[in-house]
Design a protein around this ligand. Structure first.
Ligand SMILES: [Zn+2]
Length: 235
């Protein structure tokens, strides 16, 4: 897939409808901060709501969901785009697994644009897209590999580096141009914007709080995110 960094698509600011969540942080079961550029792993049970807050704005959050019951079943951008008929994720988007099942649905969103085509940054992509001397720079793939080797949860459920698949880039604005190229646009997220999902199955969530410094996806300044979980409505 070709990359474009010069053309500016006319629709690059278009976004999905916005909707605030009725939930407040004070009633959350858990609330954690993931530092700038760091990975995170955790569980979200069926029916629970999980919110990612872009604390300072313009921060891409690379995310992969796995079925906790069988982690070989994981989030699939291809299934999600095919079943929804939409290239971008937003309010109401269902997130499908490699088995074609709904893993989660976006239940609240104050940003309006999330990418699931651009993939995670890596030393290889940094080299191809930018320059050979960008190879040692910290990347999301490094974060995923670190999380899967360092977090006890990964060992507990049997997840390893071979399980790294395609991901969602929450808060990242990557319009697809008419010629099919991807455009890494400046983000439309801002401080305090958030996206919230409701889990349709027990999930393992793997996150890289993107450390990328070579394109505007993090405003050239990676920043922390907040991760909150609320109990299921019926619990
Ligand atoms: Zn990244």
């Amino acid at each position: 897939m070709s990359m474009s960094s010069s053309a500016t698509p006319a629709n690059f600011q278009l976004s999905a409808p916005l909707q605030e969540s009725p939930l407040t942080a004070s009633t959350a079961l858990s609330s954690e901060t993931c530092a700038a550029g760091e990975p995170w792993m955790g569980r979200v049970k069926q029916g629970q709501r999980f919110r990612i807050v872009d604390l300072e704005g313009n921060q891409a959050v690379d995310t992969i969901f796995y079925s906790a019951a069988d982690p070989s079943e994981r989030y699939s951008p291809a299934e999600t785009i095919r079943k929804s008929g939409q290239l971008y994720l937003g309010l109401g988007s269902s997130l499908y697994s490699s088995e074609g099942r709904i893993m989660a649905t976006i239940s609240a969103d104050t940003c309006g644009r999330h990418d699931t085509v651009g993939g995670a940054c890596s030393c290889e992509s940094n080299t191809v897209r930018y320059a050979m001397d960008k190879r040692p720079m910290h990347s999301c793939r490094d974060n995923f590999m670190t999380a899967l080797t360092m977090f006890h949860l990964a060992e507990e459920v049997g997840l390893g580096v071979r399980d790294i698949g395609a991901n969602i880039n929450f808060f990242m604005n990557v319009p697809v141009l008419p010629d099919g190229a991807l455009y890494f646009a400046d983000g439309i997220s801002g401080a305090g914007k958030y996206v919230e999902i409701i889990a349709a199955m027990d999930l393992i969530v793997l996150i890289s709080n993107c450390p990328q410094l070579n394109n505007p996806c993090n405003g050239y300044n990676p920043t922390p995110i907040q991760l909150l979980t609320w109990k299921a409505d019926h619990a």
